[in-house]
Design a protein around this ligand. Structure first.
Ligand SMILES: [Ca+2]
Ligand SMILES: [Ca+2]
Ligand SMILES: [Ca+2]
Length: 233
């Protein structure tokens, strides 16, 4: 009898895993079948990888990390679990390898539609060419701020995820050479291009910061227009 019950439970769990595209574990994860069998090669997307673990346990690990974990990639053949820091974007999709047995399960509503999660924050690329002052206001009207980059990891993820150049929130408007994020906290991490910041352009001084395509920073005129990124905590 016990054997029968165990067998029935096993068959039921196999059925649920095979045919369901969502399940609940202290919240809901939804499978995105369009991303089956692909695995991003960039480890920036992963919080950590765990081997020999069930789908349910893998999910529970993700929920334990709250908003820092946006979902999982799970291999149903090898029982391998990758906890995710970020959704895949169209750009990151190009940097994947095709493997067998991988499924992606994402939490609902980590960020608003159009915003991309990373490490518990949400980011939005606004492609409207805008000067620094107006970009700052637009972000604030959306309950966010111009992106503040605190680590090399965040800088690299942003460069990998969004096309640049674009504005970030660093400025030395208030005191020449002293850069702050959005005029309130000091910039501690930086990634200046060689020779920058040089506070020099043809007609004026440079007090706002642009991220170049290679992820390096350049101070430039605050009136210059670029796309920009807003970030929500
Ligand atoms: Ca940040
Ligand atoms: Ca300056
Ligand atoms: Ca410069």
């Amino acid at each position: 009898m016990i054997r029968f019950v165990v067998l029935a439970c096993f068959l039921l769990s196999v059925f649920i895993r095979k045919f369901s595209n969502s399940f609940s574990y202290q919240g809901e994860l939804t499978r995105n079948v369009s991303l089956d069998n692909i695995l991003p090669t960039n480890t920036l997307y992963y919080i950590k990888m765990i081997e020999s673990i069930s789908l349910i346990k893998c999910s529970s690990q993700c929920f334990l990390l709250n908003s820092a974990c946006v979902g999982i990639i799970y291999n149903k053949i090898f029982f391998s679990c990758h906890l995710l820091k970020s959704y895949f974007t169209e750009r990151s999709k190009n940097k994947t390898s095709v493997e067998v047995g991988w499924e992606i399960w994402l939490k609902k509503n980590c960020c608003s539609v159009g915003w991309v999660p990373f490490n518990g924050h949400c980011y939005f690329l606004n492609k409207t060419m805008t000067n620094w002052y107006d970009a700052k206001v637009v972000c604030e009207l959306n309950g966010a701020h111009l992106v503040e980059i605190d680590t090399q990891e965040e800088n690299t993820w942003i460069m990998e995820t969004f096309l640049s150049p674009w504005n970030d929130g660093a400025t030395d408007i208030d005191e020449e050479g002293v850069f702050t994020w959005n005029r309130h906290t000091n910039v501690t991490y930086s990634n200046w291009r060689k020779g920058e910041p040089n506070n020099r352009c043809m007609y004026d001084k440079e007090h706002c910061v642009q991220i170049c395509r290679n992820g390096l920073w350049n101070d430039r005129n605050c009136d210059n227009i670029y796309a920009f990124i807003c970030e929500k905590e």
